[in-house]
Design a protein. Structure first.
Length: 146
């Protein structure tokens, strides 16, 4: 309860979450539903009545740009930007250790953290170094300091 307003926020853990979210919102229309999974289903969830996304922290500005485009009715532009992002996050989400490593590589490359070190088990991600460089070049305009 916040200032007399009662609500609850959910982050569905099923994959994919869209049908579950539709059923949930039909039963509890005042629920606040956020999407995880690095935003793989972000736009589908927003179309289904979701309220946002809870991605990792290394490039949140890209998600904010997509969300703002969607909210401003610029859905084609939101889909285009999300499609560009999907080329990276679909691969990175193929293994949870992979996305963790890549998130840290991006944070380190942006100067937000000093090291991309991951505790064991660690994902052998030598191939992701080039991915991260391409990602930063492609999305740098959205990133603070980029």
């Amino acid at each position: 309860m916040i200032r007399g307003i009662s609500f609850f926020c959910l982050k569905p853990r099923c994959n994919p979450p869209v049908e579950y979210t539709q059923a949930l919102l039909a039963a509890k229309p005042d629920a606040v539903v956020l999407n995880g999974y690095a935003g793989l289903y972000m736009l589908d969830m927003l179309e289904a009545g979701g309220h946002g996304v809870m991605p990792g922290c290394s490039f949140t500005e890209v998600y904010v740009a997509i969300y703002r485009l969607f909210e401003q009715g610029e859905k084609a532009q939101a889909r285009q930007l999300h499609k560009q992002l999907l080329t990276f996050i679909q691969r990175w989400m193929s293994h949870c250790e992979y996305i963790i490593k890549v998130e840290k590589q991006i944070l380190a490359a942006r100067g937000i953290i000093r090291s991309d070190y991951c505790r064991q088990p660690d994902y052998d991600s030598e191939s992701s170094v080039e991915d991260v460089s391409v990602f930063l070049a492609q999305f740098g305009q959205y990133l603070e300091g980029g």
